[in-house]
Design a protein around this ligand. Structure first.
Ligand code: AMP
Length: 277
């Protein structure tokens, strides 16, 4: 495994692979990697000949008052995890954007609700970085986690709309044994905050359990979930169509329940599939 830190070096490596006809797989990340990221690498590994993981804390997807400057970093630890997952190249660029970059990629519709409403401009930052990463890495396959369920839908839309020759694969959300969705941001949590953070997955499970027991009214389902939450501030708690992300009034199809909330200064997100029986 090698770590490449410039766009030029990565391009040169990719060009060599292309002349050999090798299939390139790609997992984009912001680093401070955990087993959730590792699971995406494990999904990609058997589906490609060469596997690239990018580690880039993308300033474009952070709002002015968000945690860009304190976002956790640990390149040495990230390299160990990547090596263990059989990654060929860690791409940790120091020169990612052209200094005179003038292009923004924006997906309409899917980005308007949920995290898009709570974090204005966030998804433009995500689609702009992923479009450029796809241009530089030129993967045939890219894996994204269902942890960021709306992001996965937005990336699929962008890839289809721009006709990009990349197969998008979604990987399941990985949790700690106590149910907390793994996240690089969990490192911000104190012991007390971490125990309150468990209320996010507990609230989602309450919805899933009520739906499994036959409840169909979405207001009732949401109330069952929200009663379990111990967040300091709630951004949203919604039950949506998993394709369009439009809120449902009645559970009349398989759905997704998604939550975003603040525990102290830390914003956490989580989601689960809601069965329709
Ligand atoms: P991040 O480094 O947080 O930007 O995430 C990079 C990729 O890893 C995204 O596709 C995330 O959805 C995915 N990811 C992050 N946490 C998890 C998790 N707990 N389970 C599965 N995928 C995850």
């Amino acid at each position: 495994m090698e770590t490449l830190t410039t766009v030029a070096a990565l391009r040169e490596r990719v060009r060599a692979w292309q002349t050999e006809g090798l299939r390139v797989g790609f997992v984009p990340t912001m680093g401070f990697l955990h087993a959730g990221h590792g699971s995406l690498m494990a999904l990609a590994r058997p589906r490609c000949d060469r596997l690239v993981v990018s580690i880039f804390v993308n300033p474009l997807q952070f709002g002015p008052n968000e945690d860009l400057s304190r976002y956790p970093r640990d390149l040495a630890g990230d390299e160990r995890l990547c090596a263990a997952e059989g990654v060929d190249v860690v791409f940790a660029p120091t020169d990612f954007y052209p200094p005179d970059r003038a292009t923004t990629v924006a997906v309409a519709g899917l980005t308007e609700g949920l995290c898009g409403a709570a974090r204005p401009g966030h998804f433009d930052g995500v689609t702009t970085v992923v479009a450029r990463l796809f241009g530089v890495v030129q993967p045939q396959l890219a894996v994204f986690g269902e942890k960021d369920f709306q992001q996965l839908a937005v990336i699929r839309r962008m890839t289809t709309d721009l006709g990009l020759p990349v197969e998008i694969v979604g990987g399941p959300l990985i949790r700690d044994p106590d149910g907390l969705a793994m996240s690089s941001r969990n490192t911000y949590l104190s012991a007390d905050e971490r125990s309150r953070a468990l209320s996010l997955s507990a609230a989602l499970r309450a919805v899933v359990n009520a739906a499994t027991a036959g409840e169909r009214d979405v207001d009732t389902l949401r109330a069952a979930g929200r009663a379990a939450l111990q967040v300091d501030r709630l951004d949203y708690f919604e039950i949506v169509d998993p394709g369009t992300l439009a809120p449902l009034a009645t559970l009349d199809r398989p759905a997704r329940v998604l939550v975003a909330g603040w525990i102290g200064r830390t914003r956490l997100i989580d989601n689960m599939a809601v069965p329709w029986i």
